[in-house]
Ligand binder design. Structure first.
Ligand code: PLP
Length: 413
């Protein structure tokens, strides 16, 4: 989909401004808000409305924010509010993301963690390896620091590390390797343990920083889980882990954290102080109170069940309506399923999913076209569907509408 590059006819913009690319994913929110007809929204990667624990958040809010007290409305410590830091450490204890206080910095969501990573490591012209397809808000952050991107293929085991090695040898070693290792956005793929180990080995050989962006790892459908890159790295300073509460509690909180080598802490603090001083204190207190009240474990357990049900509903609907023209991934968790069209276009081949988008929207279904997940515009025959935010009956209806749109494209109707 068309990426918006910033330019200005008269003002003396920095060179950097030309590297600011908009997000097709985020822009879909306002595009859809402007539509008045019924649309099954399989585009945005948000938790289901009914999955936001609004009642529990409201219940802890008065104590968290201190009804009538100004305390929660002051500036906060840049590294994060002590109450949240403590609650977060307790939440992570015993998990693959267990950590220590000297490694933690609270951020304004995962996006700020990605921004901080790129700000610290990327100079103009540096090579940043990204998965292809990838979460393009993440690669946009690298581009905003004037990186050059190296797109590395993804298969059912995540980033193909052998291809990363080959690409790095041919085009130069990347300074940063950006990966979404678990239930990847957009493909749903999870990097196997062997690949994770190979990636860490290659990063060590090259001296590359691994930006480990893993927002969905608590949302697996099975009980067994692959260890996080953070755990496998065992304190290696090359791994910079980015996490967020957006997918497990609510994205509007804008609260996340980064877990890095303690030696980076002063730089992270300096970078954040030059950016936003501190993360929104009322929201940090709210998250802390939610965690302290013990709500998270049960909340996540319920969501995992429900998201699994929705994924299965989407797969059934795809099998019913699209099996002759498409194939799709089978994620073990997270929010997304990646569909690749193999036919259905006017010439018998796959239609361009960006061209299909307005037809689908008119039919009442929204998705994100595949080329939005590659800065080079790869994957014109693919699309991302979010199963998490829509109940099963509506998922069926959405996929049915997608088929109607495809048939209209195919016949030129
Ligand atoms: C892989 C990935 N990283 C980061 C983010 C951004 O998280 P946040 O909303 O907390 O900034 C998202 C959200 O979609 C994501 O999918």
């Amino acid at each position: 989909m068309t990426i918006t590059r910033t330019s200005h006819p008269t003002l003396p913009l920095a060179d950097r401004a030309a590297s600011l690319v908009g997000s097709v994913i985020d822009s879909s929110t306002s595009l859809l808000a402007g539509q008045t007809h019924d649309i099954v929204r399989l585009a945005m990667g948000s938790p289901a409305r009914e999955a936001i624990p609004a009642a529990a958040l409201a219940e802890v809010a008065p104590a968290a924010i201190g009804a009538g007290s100004a305390d929660a409305f002051d500036y906060a410590a840049t590294e994060g509010d002590p109450a949240l830091r403590e609650a977060l450490l307790a939440m992570l204890e015993g998990t693959s993301d267990a950590t220590t206080a000297d490694r933690l910095t609270i951020t304004a969501g995962g996006m700020q963690g990605l921004d901080l990573a790129n700000k610290l490591f990327v100079d103009p012209g540096d090579l940043v390896a990204v998965e292809s397809p990838t979460y393009t808000n993440g690669s946009a952050t690298a581009l905003s620091y004037q990186a050059r991107l190296l797109e590395v293929p993804v298969d059912h085991e995540g980033m193909v590390v052998e291809q990363l090695r080959a690409l790095g040898e041919a085009r130069g070693r990347p300074k940063v390797i950006y990966t979404i290792p678990t239930f990847q956005n957009p493909s749903g793929a999870t990097m196997s343990r062997a690949r994770r180990e190979a990636l860490l080995e290659l990063a060590r050989e090259w001296g590359s920083v691994v930006v480990d962006d893993d927002p969905y790892r608590m949302l697996g459908f099975a009980d067994e889980e692959v260890p996080s890159l953070h755990e496998l790295a065992d304190g290696d300073p090359l791994v910079f882990s980015v996490r967020t509460f957006s997918k497990i509690i609510a994205p509007g909180l804008r609260v996340g954290w980064v877990d890095t080598d303690p030696s980076l802490q002063p730089l992270l603090i300096n970078a954040k102080q030059a950016m936003d001083t501190c993360t929104n204190l009322p929201m940090q207190r709210l998250v802390a109170a939610f965690l302290q009240a013990g709500h998270l474990q049960e909340h996540v357990a319920v969501q995992r069940q429900e998201y699994r049900r929705r994924k299965e509903a989407m797969q059934q609907a795809l099998a019913e309506h699209l099996s002759d023209v498409a194939r799709w991934t089978d994620p073990e968790g997270g929010f997304f399923l990646w569909v690749t069209l193999e036919g259905g276009g006017a010439d018998g081949g796959p239609p361009d999913t960006e061209a299909l988008f307005p037809v689908a929207l008119a039919e009442g279904v929204a998705y994100i076209p595949g080329n939005a997940f590659s800065a080079e515009g790869r994957f014109p025959d693919a699309l991302r569907l979010c199963f998490a935010s829509t109940p099963p009956d509506r998922i069926h209806e959405g996929v049915r509408r997608l088929r109607v749109a495809l048939d209209r494209m195919g016949t030129g109707a």
